[in-house]
Design a protein around this ligand. Structure first.
Ligand code: XMP
Length: 321
């Protein structure tokens, strides 16, 4: 990999911000650019850098892919409006759901998401807006994993030999490509983003689809979304790097209200990690695990089994897909 990592200890945030603002400005010139804000710290930082560089010539979009956490699109759009950044909410639910229909293989699901983002949604936005550049928050870990062939992260193009200009009609600018998550958090704070953003647990680009084993259907998204809300409620003060709920494909026999139910299985994962490269499960107390099991089985329809992942990364990965 030719990109050189800038380590946390070597990052001069002020200098980095000034350089990137200048670079974005000179790359885009007098034209327009577009960027997708997902609500994660990476895309939030890129949004602010881009607005410092381009002002109104940057069009920021939140792509509602139907795979986000509960209340997320409205929360992020209004948070950024409050900071003076206008965000267009793009309703792309059908595009993503149709692209994922019938797919069960993890890499095929990731590929369907990549094509939906870059070809279908951004291809269209670029054509209608006249923008020639897309700004995005790809980080060093995303590239490392994709190049190593572990997982194709949804936002990797050029490192896989994909020329976005030839294929989709726009250039991609990636100001954070040399940084890992801890450095990006520091930048977010330096840029004046609120703590709810700079301390946010990471959330994957493929969103809840990365947490559904097997086919992604509306009913399965609804189940994992409810489970995610419970995990986030219960573990937000755990101090962990990331916590999530996974919906398994296999069903198991359980019983609810005295009746047999061939129900759903949820797996909870909670990670200690610095930058997602390696990780180990948080040693949650049994009381916390107990509460998670109670809430999942009473609040998520159909769930009869809840497990906790006790495997390190590697050989596990943080998400399941
Ligand atoms: P894994 O599951 O590969 O995840 O151990 C490492 C970190 O990356 C996040 N993740 C992604 N982020 N696009 C992203 O922007 C993706 O396709 C993607 N897949 C995983 C994951 O949540 C974890 O923090």
């Amino acid at each position: 990999m030719e990109i050189t990592e800038i380590r946390l200890g070597d990052l001069d945030t002020k200098k980095f911000i000034a350089e990137k603002v200048e670079k974005i400005s000179s790359s885009v010139g007098q034209g327009l650019a577009i960027n997708a804000l997902s609500g994660g710290v990476d895309s939030a930082v890129v949004t602010i850098l881009g607005h410092r560089a381009l002002g109104d010539r940057l069009k920021t979009c939140f792509v509602e892919n139907g795979l986000m956490r509960e209340g997320e699109p409205e929360f992020i759009v209004s948070l950024f409006q409050g900071m003076g950044v206008h965000v267009d909410l793009i309703d792309a639910k059908d595009t993503f759901l149709n692209a994922l229909k019938g797919r069960v293989d993890p890499e095929e699901k990731r590929e369907a998401i990549t094509q939906s983002f870059y070809r279908d949604i951004f291809g269209d936005l670029v054509r209608t807006s006249g923008a020639k550049h897309l700004l995005q928050g790809t980080n060093y870990t995303d590239i490392e994993e994709t190049v190593a062939g572990i997982k194709r992260q949804h936002n990797i193009l050029e490192q896989l030999g994909i020329d976005p200009e030839a294929l989709y009609g726009y250039r991609v600018i990636e100001p954070l490509i040399q940084l890992r998550k801890s450095s990006i958090r520091q930048l977010a704070e330096a840029l004046g983003l609120p703590e709810v953003i700079f301390n946010r647990p990471p959330f994957p680009g493929p969103a809840l689809a990365a947490r559904i084993i097997g086919e992604v259907t509306q009913a399965r998204i609804d189940a994992v979304r409810r489970a995610t809300k419970i995990v986030e409620d219960e573990l937000s003060d755990s101090g962990a790097f990331q916590y999530l709920a996974i919906l398994h494909e296999d069903r198991v026999v359980g019983m609810k209200e005295g009746k047999r139910e061939f129900g759903l299985q949820i797996e909870v994962r909670c990670w200690e990690s610095k930058d997602a490269r390696i990780g180990s499960p948080t040693r949650l107390s049994y009381d916390v695990l107990d509460r998670l099991a109670d809430r999942m089985t009473t609040e998520v329809p159909g769930v009869v089994s809840v497990t906790y992942n006790i495997t390190k990364k590697p050989p596990s990965t943080i998400e399941a897909v």
